[in-house]
Design a protein around this ligand. Structure first.
Ligand code: PMP
Length: 308
């Protein structure tokens, strides 16, 4: 065999081993999964996305993620050229072709290819990308012992400016906060809004427990309407845990009995220290542990089934 033929077949074999990425209706090996440099998702962060989990061949809260994706797109006047049903099928197909039973799926819809101007009307067709991969945000020890987080100077985007309820590709607000936390030696940042009220962390919603009541800030203060946040609120109802949306200050957090964060990637993660103040007895609280385990159970039962 000639060396260039050998080289070619080796390359082909390597390509065959790669994960497959869905772009606009077709699957491409990871190394060939590319979009235009003129895509406004890249040029301007003009687009929306979702992060979705599958657990043992069950896609968790698929409908809820699709509703949020389409609502975010609707607000941006971005017409996703697939029905929700077709998007659900494409997500499941991406999991199937990659033989993934447990996965983190990223669905991205960008404004599409345009020119160097901002005008979205120049982008004729949105780009739809689906990547199925794995994600590990934090080490297991943090789930056992809890996190230590810090408030950062960057405040959450104003709902009147870039509304945090839109899950857009424009994540610089969160990235700046993350950088500030990391620069100070912390893994996660607590973000306040411009009025100083607690809103959320860079990629997770926040909860506290006070006198047996589960509390989380209302999203109108400037937080994303987290799917995991809602799942926890629903589990609280099912487990007879009183829960409420409550405007919270840092003082409320410092004097909480328990605290934890929720998100698709992080799931439910206890918080034991905020800005140097120990929360409760400094260990993951009883209600937090109960909800962590109820959440893990629900991921094993609830979801849209698929086969690999
Ligand atoms: N807040 C922000 C800013 C997020 O990006 C996310 C998602 N990573 C969350 C909260 C949690 O939302 P969900 O539970 O839907 O993943």
């Amino acid at each position: 065999m000639k060396s260039d033929t050998l080289h070619k077949s080796k390359k082909e074999a390597e390509t065959l081993k790669q994960p497959l990425v869905f772009i606009d209706g077709k699957f491409y090996p990871k190394s060939e999964a590319k979009v235009s440099v003129f895509d406004h998702g890249l040029l301007y962060g003009d687009g929306v996305f979702e992060g979705i989990r599958s657990y043992n061949c069950l896609v968790f809260k698929l409908k809820e993620h699709l509703v949020r994706l389409y609502e975010s797109a609707h607000t941006l006047l971005l017409n996703i050229p697939l029905t929700k049903e077709a998007s659900a099928k494409a997500i499941i197909e991406t999991l199937r072709v990659n033989h993934l039973r447990d996965s983190y799926v990223r669905v991205i819809v960008t404004r599409g290819t345009g020119d160097l101007g901002l005008d979205p009307r120049k982008c004729k067709k949105p780009t739809i990308i689906i990547i199925a991969d794995k994600i590990v945000l934090y080490p297991e020890s943090l789930y056992k012992n809890g996190m230590d987080i810090i408030t950062v100077p960057t405040v959450r985007n104003l709902p009147e400016a870039v509304n945090p309820s839109i899950k857009s590709l424009n994540y610089l607000n969160n990235i700046l906060a993350k950088i500030e936390a990391v620069n100070s030696g912390y893994q996660e940042a607590l973000m306040l809004n411009a009025d100083g009220y607690v809103v959320e962390c860079t990629g997770d919603n926040i909860f506290i427990v006070k006198n047996g009541i589960l509390q989380t800030p209302p999203t109108y203060l400037g937080a994303l309407k987290g799917i995991t946040r809602q799942a926890i609120m629903d589990l609280a109802v099912r487990n007879d845990i009183p829960r409420q949306e409550q405007v919270l200050t840092r003082h409320d957090l410092f004097n909480a009995d328990e605290a934890f964060l929720t998100g698709t990637a992080a799931e439910v993660i206890p918080v034991v220290k905020i800005d140097g103040r120990v929360i409760g007895d400094g260990k993951p609280g009883k209600m937090t542990q109960k909800l962590m385990s109820a959440f893990r159970d629900s991921t094993k039962k609830d979801g849209v089934k698929y086969t690999v």
